[in-house]
Design a protein around this ligand. Structure first.
Ligand SMILES: Nc1nc2c(c(=O)[nH]1)N[C@H]1C(S)=C(S)[C@@H](COP(=O)(O)O)O[C@H]1N2
Ligand SMILES: [Mo]
Length: 532
């Protein structure tokens, strides 16, 4: 009886100890994260250790995910990734806390490794130097070790909170009395609250952006030449995409976990590589050149048939060819590579920039400076090419290389090196699954073949004959066109299908292919119910 009782007590005690170790570890990992975030936050940098680890994760695993859109995330997935990193850190902290009870030095090693991961990720981030990451790592690890020592010190001997640091061993010395639960929780609570406040402070500083104010105050010069944009509403069908996509509705795709905040005042655009005279421009010098404004539809290669990763905007910028000529591009410079502050790259054949199409270093979108999320202060826009090979946002460098000498970001990740936008069309209304009234129904949508132009859109109902749709006005061959087809709907279930023909006479193929490696093909169709 007495033996049972005593082994019960031991087990409870060790269970309680392990539990305290885990709590102390979680709180210490939190402190390490919070203090680690502080230096970059104070310095006004957008990429701290957590974001850097997240970016590294994206860069590493982008290749193994089938769909670019999955890795390029919506904002929610980005938040989920950050939450995942924090959660994993806290769980690792719990493990280290339990480990610390057996060997405090082992737990210190664990925290140092933890800091080294953050440091390594930050060090590979091209937008950061090395000083801040090192400071972050040192402060973060120090905060973690101190928190752990303080809390576990309270378990062992409250009068000497830093004892574990000196003792180099487990805190189960029988002469050391274990403090009551209340003292321990007080110690952990105090450290936890400090960590939480620090984390909140770092978080709120992080939101501080001088770029928003700078961008708002910026007035861009008028273009010397612009293609007039047809008034919206030339095509009266409710629910069809507007001809110009409002900037706030424009799709956004990029690998950046936090939108880069680039200061236009210190920003430089370098034109380098296989050129006779590399040069560098300030933002003022760039916008001081002759600007043109052109509406261009851009699309993401991951856009599924019928998807919405496509939009049409009026882009204001400097023709790329002028920058290439000024640099004196060399004969073997067969690829134009755009490089971004965040390390992203995109490359396309130099010939594309020289064949007369619209290819711009853009600074404005729909009459305003580029929003941060669309590449402020400057990005590339090349009519007819998917974004992943051309549309580098937060552009800092245009490098001329040989086509075979360099593969940009998405190429080793399994996407085609050449990325011309495929001729596509989409039904906006009626929506798939809609229940509609019988009678005359306006089926409408958009069709695009940038740099080529749309010649015709046709609609087929229930696999019947293709019938020509009416096309809306378009500014040029670089934008989508709106289309409408009036159809007499009889009660029952019906399938509507559309296809486009481009200006070279190529008809959008019916064959369904996945976005990878060079863009989806197939016809968009919707199934609707016509009420009786
Ligand atoms: N710096 C940077 N630029 C980038 C990307 C990126 O991940 N990073 N993504 C590209 C891709 S895949 C597309 S489709 C377009 C999307 O541009 P948008 O977000 O302005 O619509 O940006 C391109 N430019
Ligand atoms: Mo894309």
């Amino acid at each position: 009886m007495s033996t049972t009782a005593s082994s019960e007590t031991t087990r409870t005690a060790s269970g309680e100890r392990a539990w305290r170790g885990a709590v102390a570890g979680v709180v210490s990992a939190g402190a390490a994260l919070a203090f680690g975030q502080l230096p970059t936050a104070i310095a006004g940098e957008s990429v701290g250790p957590i974001t850097a680890v997240g970016n590294e994760f994206v860069d590493r695993y982008a290749a193994s995910l089938k769909d670019l859109a999955v890795v390029l995330f919506g904002q929610n997935d980005k938040v989920a990734l950050v939450i995942g990193i924090v959660t994993l850190s806290l769980v690792l902290g719990a493990v280290l806390g339990v480990l610390a009870l057996r060997s405090f030095p082992a737990a210190i090693v664990g925290l140092v490794i933890f800091g080294a991961v953050g440091l390594a990720a930050q060090a590979t981030d091209p937008s950061a130097g090395l000083l801040l990451p090192v400071i972050s790592a040192v402060i973060g690890v120090a905060a973690g070790v101190a928190s752990l020592a303080f809390q576990l010190g309270w378990i062992a001997r409250p009068e000497q909170p830093l004892a574990p640091l000196r003792r180099w061993g487990p805190a189960d010395d029988p002469r050391v009395k274990t403090p009551d639960r209340r003292s321990f929780l007080l110690a952990s609570g105090a450290v936890g609250a400090t960590a939480a406040l620090t984390g909140l402070g770092a978080w709120s500083l992080r939101g501080r952006s001088t770029i928003a104010a700078q961008r708002e105050a910026l007035v861009l010069p008028q273009p010397v030449r612009s293609t007039p944009v047809p008034r919206t509403g030339t095509l009266d069908a409710d629910g069809v995409s507007p001809y110009l996509t409002p900037t706030s509705d424009f799709y956004r795709i990029d690998t950046a976990l936090v939108t880069p905040q680039v200061n236009a005042e210190s920003w430089r655009l370098r034109v380098t590589g296989l050129v006779d005279e590399p040069f560098e421009l300030t933002f003022d010098e760039l916008v001081g050149m002759d600007l043109v404004e052109e509406p261009v539809t851009i699309a993401c290669v991951s856009n599924e048939v019928g998807g919405d990763l496509v939009g049409n905007a009026a882009w204001l910028g400097v023709p790329l060819v002028e920058l290439l000529d000024r640099a004196g591009r060399q004969r073997d410079a067969t690829q134009v590579v755009g490089r971004s502050t965040d390390g992203f790259t995109a490359g396309f054949p130099t010939q594309t920039a020289l064949d007369g199409r619209v290819a711009l270093v853009a600074v404005g979108m729909n009459g305003e400076p580029l929003p941060a999320s669309h590449g402020y202060p400057a990005r590339l826009i090349v009519a007819g090419l998917y974004g992943y090979v051309s549309a580098t946002k937060w552009l800092t460098e245009i490098e001329l290389t040989r086509f075979d000498d360099f593969d940009a970001y998405w190429i080793p990740r399994g996407w085609s090196k050449l990325g011309p936008i495929k001729t596509q069309s989409r039904i906006d209304v009626p929506r798939g699954g809609a229940r509609i009234e019988s009678g005359t129904v306006a089926a409408a949508g958009v069709a695009w073949a940038p740099n080529v132009g749309i010649a015709a859109v046709e609609v087929s109902v229930d696999d019947g004959p293709w019938e020509g749709a009416d096309l809306g006005a378009s500014a040029n061959d670089n934008t989508w066109v709106q289309w409408v087809h009036r159809w007499t709907a009889e009660p029952g279930e019906h399938t509507l299908r559309c296809r486009a023909t481009n200006e070279t006479g190529v008809v959008q193929p019916a064959e369904r292919r996945d976005p990878r490696p060079d863009g989806a093909t197939g016809h968009h169709s919707v199934r609707v119910t016509v009420r009786t």
